[in-house]
Structures are given as C-alpha cells and as structure tokens.
Design a protein around this ligand. Sequence first.
Ligand SMILES: [Zn+2]
Length: 564
Amino acid sequence: MKIRLIIFFTLASFAITSGQNFPKDYFSAPLDIPMYLSGNFGELRSNHYHSGIDIKTQGREGHKVYATASGVVSRIKVSPYGYGHAIYIDHPNGYTTVYGHLQRFSAKIDKIVKHYQYSQESFAIDEMLASDILKVKKGEVIGFSGNSGSSGGPHLHFEIRETESEYPTNPLLYGFDIHDDVAPVIRGLYIYPLDETAVVDGSNDKKLYRLTKIGNTYSLQNAKVPLVSGKIGFALDTRDYMNGTRNYYGIYQLDMYVDEQLEHSFTFDKFSFSESRYLNAHIDYALYKTHKRRIHKLFHEDNHKESFTEVFNKGIYFKDKQQHSVRIDIADVSGNKIDLKFNVQAAVQKETPNLGGPLLSYYMPNRLEIENFYVKIPALTFYKDIPKKEIQAIPSERKDSYSKQYHFLDETVPLHKNITVGIRPNDIPHHLHDKAFIARKNGSKYRFAGHNWDGKYLTAKTNAVGDFVVLVDTIAPQISLWRGSSFKKTGKLRYKITDNLSGIASFKGKIDGKWVLFEYDPKLNIIWHILSPEVITKVQKHKLELEVKDSCGNIGFREAYFTW
Ligand SMILES: [Zn+2]
C-alpha cells in the first residue's frame, strides 16, 4: 500500500512539470566537457523550431563524442548542408539519439561510411542501417565534434527522438547536469488589432509596450492600461538565459490567462518535424523580416497547427467597457519562473465600414497571372487570408535578363508550402534554352530558384515570394588550388570551387581514372581529398581530375599531376 502511494505521487509530479515521463539518468552526456549550451530545444529558428540542444565545444572541433547509451546505429547521414556528418542511434528504451555537425566518425563507423560513399560514388549519403550492422556501447566514441553542414561555429547538435514517431523531444527533460538558476526575461509586449474594426490605443496597427520589473513580476511601464476594442491578440518578446554563458535561449513553457481564464498555453516537450514550419505563423514573420526579431504570438492564425500548444485562442474579443486582467506565466525547463501582469480597458467596438479589398484565401488553391508570368499557390500555403495585391511587371534591374522582373507580394508574407512560378522569357536564343533559369531576388542577390520548361514557360518551385526574373548562366564553375599548406604537409588535396550565378550543384574527383572521395564545405567553398594508402599507392605519380557542375549544367574541369 505504501509503495503504491509513492509511485502515484512520483507520476503526478512528472505530469505537472513535463506532461510526459521521460527517462531520467538513462542517457549519459555525449561530451566529456562541462555542458554549456549555445541553443536549446524549441528555440525559434529560421523556418523551424530547434529540435535539439547545441552543446558548446570550447570554440574548437575534435572533441570525442560518446554514445549516450547502448544501442544500434540506425542511420548515418553525410551532407554538405543540414546536420553535416550525423549519426542516429536507436536505444532499446524506445528513444533515438542524434549527433550532428560532426567533424568525422570513429574509425569503426568511418569504414562503413566510406564503403557507402565509394560504392555510390558520392560524398553525400543517407543510409538506414539494419539493426545487426553496427552496435555501439554506452560511452563508446562514435565520432568527433565539428562544424559540418549548416553550422555557424563548432558545436555538437544533440537530439533525443521517440524512435517510433521520430518526434524530437526536449533533451533537458532527461536529467543532464546543467546548472541554471537564471529566469527568462520579457523584452516587450505587443498588442495586435486582429480585424479591420479592432483598435489598440487608437491604432489599427500593432503597438509595442515597454515593461518594468519588480522581483520576478513584470508590469507595463507607468502602470499603463491599454485601451482595446474588438478582436485582439497578444505577443511577447521573451527569451531565456542560463548560468555561465552569454547566449540566449528559447523559453520552455508559457500560460496566458485573461480574467483568470487560460487562453493560451504551450510547452516545448516535443513536436513533430511536420509542424516545424508553422514557426512562421507562430512568430510575427513581417517583424522578423524587417527587424530580425522573433517573438511569440499568443494567438493562432487560421492555418496554424502546433501540437505543443495545448490551449490556444484565435484572438480575444473585448467590447464590454470593463477592465480585464491579463497574466502571462513563463518558465524555463529548470523551473525558473517569471510573470507579466497588466490590465486592458475594453471599449465598445466601432462599426466602421469594411475597407479591406479582395482577399487571397488561405483555404483555397489560387492561380494568378499577368502578361508572361503566372503563380500557382496550393491550398493552405498562407497562414491566413491575405490582401490580394496585383502582380507587378517592372523593367528588370539587370541588363542580362530575359524577362521583366515580376513582383508577387512582399517578402514579409510567409509561405507554408512551395508555390510554382512560371515565366515565358522573351527572345531567348535557342542554344541558351538549357542555360536559362528563374532567379528570385533576395536583397541584392539573385538566387537560383529552378529551371524546368513547361511548354513555353520556365518554371520554378519556391518557398518564398518576392521578385522573379529569367537569367542565363553559361559560365562554368571555377576550380582553383586552395592557397595554404601543401598536400605534402597536410595530407589533403584541397581546391576552392565557386560559381558565378546559378550555384554549384555537384562535383566529382578522380585519381588515376577512379572516383575518389572529396568532402565539400559550401561555407568555405572548398573540397578536399584525404590522401590514404588504401586509395592510392605511395611514391608514384598520379593524375587528378576534377569536375564541378553548376545548376544550369555548365561543367568546370581541372587536371593535375602529383607525386605523393
Ligand atoms: Zn542545433
């Protein structure tokens, strides 16, 4: 009887803090240096929520990375982008750990990876391994920390996923040794009028309110009471800090009460990769695009689904001339808490005529067209209905373009799905057909978007709106010897590869006529081959051939002879 009671209470306390009973003390740390983070779970990133933790590696690469529990390597991925060199280990307790941005693998794993790379003649691989191929023990070195893939500095990206669902879970719920008694901070409150007749302090646009803080409670500066009427949304600029670092992090948990009624609540315990792009609806995307600030909107858009937001509103109506209390509780994963309390004064909503023009429905597919341009938008691409704006055809800013420049919506409009744009180029010589592509203007740069021909139209699938134009790329990528220590010193053949316009699509290296592995780091524009007696015989003259292709199929070649 006594034992039962104890179990009951233990489960109950888990349920309050995390909602799920994650195994504590099952996983050991993946590195043997103190655990400081440069990023945490649920952090608001570009087009996604961060699905793991980023562990700092003292500014350098090459730390041993250990299997955090025994299991089988279920997947190995190598890519110049994303997680770079990454290992996935399935554990018998139903969880999978992921280790990303590795510099290299352990000798045992590297042998298997090289086998795949050489048999597929590709640097990039993504292999699912049967469970009897590669077993690892808890504490075994599986690789070395690095900065590979889309990493902006040396660190280890570490994830714990549910094996079955592949949902990433919050690694800080597993009892790792992290000391954190620093509470989150709130940098500002935003109040949004959410329809044409809603008003916030006399404005039809969102308003920012500055805050003051006493103890762990924030309030509005000068005890301000915002005047609101109609459909209103709240949003917070809030972040977390931890001991021993200057980095900032995402918050873990937030509850918003209006008149003591829970109106919005989320907890970053776990989510699905399929919902990660709803981040663009969660933040104020336009504010991010214009001010590089990612805030938490505490209301949902019409097309906005997040399983970790257990309670949500789509705007709250104020129209009764009363004051209403708002309280927002925020916690980090270590249990440090703050809150924000303020009142709003509701006013009667004015019945002003609807001045809005026609809308583009988020719910329906759309196809728009002007002159030689069309855009196809699948259903559920926008997060809400958006004001319909005419596509503009303007003279191209570039002399070398083969179309006008077509402007479709501002970059501040986020997209949940890819749209298809088509342009019929003017007077493009037949021999240049294969070299033409649609470029999307991004700031002052023109990025390759696609180059499929659909009848007389060039088409591209793209996940962003803005300005589109047809360009032609006839210039092959450049291959030049990497300036630095010679291969005799480093044991590496290194070359710099660059492309002027459409970007590098693939590359290939051969020694003495046989494919050899060149690794690729697009951040540094270099490819390199590590010389090894397993690949070529020593003290002999060898012929090296390099071939680099851009997105329009132009191929750059380079030949060299060397004795190693
Ligand atoms: Zn990461």
